[in-house]
Design a binder for this molecule. Structure first.
Ligand SMILES: Cc1cc2nc3c(=O)[nH]c(=O)nc-3n(C[C@H](O)[C@H](O)[C@H](O)COP(=O)(O)OP(=O)(O)OC[C@H]3O[C@@H](n4cnc5c(N)ncnc54)[C@H](O)[C@@H]3O)c2cc1C
Length: 360
């Protein structure tokens, strides 16, 4: 394990601009019960280029087939020499639990990304309301850390809901940031308190009264919301009922791959032709693709490995270069327009319209 400290200025290093990287674990830090932050550096001494709030997909060697798990970068791109993910182990967790038990400083894992649109950089506002629950705090923390470094006068009301006071992730760092960010207002809401917990804050579930108490001007703010589906649903319906301008409302779902967002139907006027052939140039294989089959399905049938996680056009892990031919792609935001212009497609949600050649 070579953890030697070497110094290089940013302009002596290359940016992290590929889609597949090896990350070397630098540290594993407990944050709260069942929550750890893992910090990484690039194995090639790249600096990290991403937007606050974006996510990566990690390839975790949990068994013969790796588990692909998507995590928001909780770190800030204003500190570009390392990245961090903050992960909460769910009950019966496979991937996150593997990280807790096995991922140690010096180990290397593969990462795909960064991707995602859930960032104040993409949806700027005059003032913000960050609403999070549980591990949904990670994108808000990345954005707040970024603003602390680059625009400390930013106006943010930061509301987090947790099970109990000891479950609040990043509480002490947020309180520290609030000391020099004069317009960072913190509001913590907990569901329950133990006998030994000193708690004078709000208790119970989030509702309109609590939001209005902590952010009296919430109707004027640009809102970012992330947490369990029921949490986001109650926030969304409360805002809609109050006539909030939903163009200023942005949310991120942490739903795992088992319950993907359904892809839009492939349009009838562009069906996959019968008998199309896919050439996988790197594997040197040709595969027949049945009507309606995706490139990912055809690759698997032909024994060609393309990394994939959400399989719903969201996480961007299965991005591949299309060298020739035409496809019908119906994604959920996991690929940027610039990338499509360059010739990239997502294999999980692309169906050939003609014979195609894929760099895989
Ligand atoms: C865009 C995006 C960003 C994400 N960012 C983060 C992050 O910053 N930190 C983080 O901890 N997680 C994040 N997630 C969730 C993460 O990808 C995994 O789904 C989650 O960590 C569960 O993986 P696991 O290996 O622990 O559990 P698994 O072995 O996959 O599942 C164990 C059990 O937990 C349930 N489960 C799985 N995922 C969730 C979930 N998200 N909520 C509730 N129950 C679940 C499963 O149905 C199963 O019963 C993000 C997901 C997405 C799509």
């Amino acid at each position: 394990m070579n953890m030697a400290v070497s110094f290089q200025h940013l302009d002596q290093m290359q940016p992290w601009n590929d889609r597949l990287h090896l990350l070397e674990c630098l540290s594993a830090t407990p944050e709260a019960p069942d929550v750890m932050t893992f910090t990484f550096r690039s194995d090639r001494e790249n600096w990290f280029r991403y937007l606050p709030g974006q996510f990566v997909t990690l390839e975790l060697p949990t068994g013969p087939e790796p588990a692909m798990r998507t995590y928001t970068l909780s770190s800030s791109p204003s500190r570009p020499f390392s990245v961090a993910v903050t992960v909460k182990a769910q009950k019966d967790s496979v991937g996150t639990r593997w990280m807790f038990e096995n991922l140690k400083p010096g180990m290397r894992i593969r990462a795909y990304g960064p991707v995602g649109d859930f960032s104040h950089v993409r949806h700027p506002g005059e003032k913000y309301l960050f609403l999070s629950a549980g591990s949904g705090i990670t994108p808000m923390m990345s954005m707040t850390r970024y603003m602390a470094d680059t625009a400390p006068l930013s106006d943010i009301t930061f509301i987090n809901c947790s099970r109990s006071p000891s479950d609040i992730i990043f509480r002490s760092e947020l309180e520290y940031l609030a000391r020099f960010m004069p317009s960072l207002d913190l509001g913590f809401i907990v569901e329950q308190c133990g006998r030994t917990d000193l708690w004078s804050g709000l208790k119970g579930r989030i509702d309109k009264a609590k939001i209005a108490l902590l952010a009296h001007d919430f109707m004027e703010r640009t809102i970012f919301c992330c947490g369990p589906e029921v949490f986001m649903e109650s926030v969304r319906s409360m805002l809609e009922a109050h006539g909030f301008d939903m163009s200023r409302y942005h949310q991120e779902s942490f739903l795992p791959a088992e319950a993907p967002t359904p892809l839009a139907e492939v349009s009838d006027d562009a069906p996959a032709e019968e008998g199309t052939t896919i050439r996988f140039s790197m594997a040197g294989k040709d595969a027949a693709c049945a009507s309606g089959q995706t490139i990912l399905q055809a690759a698997r049938a032909a024994g060609v490995r393309i990394g994939a996680a959400c399989e719903s056009g969201l996480c961007g892990t299965c991005r591949v270069m299309k060298l020739s031919g035409e496809v019908e792609m119906s994604h959920n935001g996991g690929i940027l327009d610039d990338e499509i212009d360059e010739g990239y497609i997502l294999a999980c949600c692309s169906r050939p319209k003609t014979d195609v050649e894929i760099e895989a």
